[in-house]
Ligand binder design. Structure first.
Ligand code: B1M
Length: 210
């Protein structure tokens, strides 16, 4: 079943993806297993095929859309398992300006939410000003900046600098993540934390709030 889901995502077959994911859940497969063993590997494979010139943009878009269709079914299942502790922290998250990749960011947001955090998801292509304004208004404990393109990674630094200028930097812990982001990049731009994936993001955020 997981292989069939992978194949359907790679072929951008939204209807089949929907049917297969529902069927997998009905058969008792765990939502996170479907996500981690079928959806993520499939969309990553689409990226490799695109890089190799075997897929063109429409195929990459179709695989992305098919993945999101699967996530629409899977993530409510994950969120529904909300841990029973009162949230003591708000996590503001978004994909930086110029970047429309949101599959990974949305998984991180859902896992944080399932782990009891209050999550404010600003979506994609979020301007620096929007991040700063929202920090000022909502006073979150954490700000998460996702970037998937080497050309948009510098925006993570721009947001950190803008938070400093606005006198808000000391009030929040800044997380950075996304496929091209590394621990050393995070250090070099003055971020507080780097998380390689959603599980690490939850673990680090929980550790920081004790
Ligand atoms: Co794009 N894309 N894409 N793309 N795309 C990449 C990133 C690319 C590596 C593909 C490739 O060439 N191999 C390449 C970037 C190259 C580079 O910068 N060096 C690329 C390119 C070039 C582009 C365009 C420029 C293509 C074009 O137009 N010519 C264009 C840019 C658009 C823009 O943003 N302005 C573009 C567009 C798209 C689609 C819209 C078609 C689609 C996105 C759909 C969507 O998100 N709704 C898409 C896709 C699907 C991808 C790949 C194939 C898959 C990304 C993904 O969802 N991965 C990607 C290749 C790849 O990454 N392997 C690629 C699965 C996801 C679960 O992983 O997002 O890494 P990820 O998230 C992980 C961790 O990184 C981490 O946790 C997540 C879950 O474990 N994480 C965080 C993420 N954010 C975090 C934040 C945190 C902490 C952890 O704290 C805040």
């Amino acid at each position: 079943m997981l292989n069939q889901i992978k194949k359907a995502i790679l072929e951008g077959e939204i209807d089949s993806v929907q049917d297969l994911v529902k069927k997998a859940l009905e058969e008792g497969t765990d939502a996170l297993e479907v996500l981690n063993k079928a959806c993520i590997p499939a969309v990553e494979k689409a990226g490799l095929l695109f890089e190799a010139g075997d897929y063109f943009l429409p195929e990459l878009i179709a695989a992305g859309e098919a993945t999101k269709t699967a996530m629409d079914i899977l993530l409510p299942e994950v969120k529904g398992r909300k841990e029973k502790w009162k949230s003591v922290a708000t996590f503001l998250i978004g994909t930086v300006e110029g970047d429309v990749h949101d599959i990974g960011k949305t998984i991180v947001a859902s896992m944080l939410s399932a782990s009891g955090f209050d999550v404010i998801d600003l979506g994609i292509d979020v301007s620096t000003e929007k991040f700063v304004e929202t920090v000022r208004e909502m006073k979150p404990e954490f700000v998460g900046l996702s970037a998937l393109l080497t050309s948009t990674m510098p925006k993570q630094k721009t947001v950190i600098e803008a938070l400093k200028t606005a006198g808000l930097r000391e009030d929040v812990k800044v997380f950075v993540g996304g496929a091209p982001v590394t621990e050393s990049w995070a250090k070099s731009i003055g971020a507080d934390c780097y998380a390689q994936d959603a599980v690490a993001a939850v673990k680090i955020a929980k550790r920081l709030i004790g």
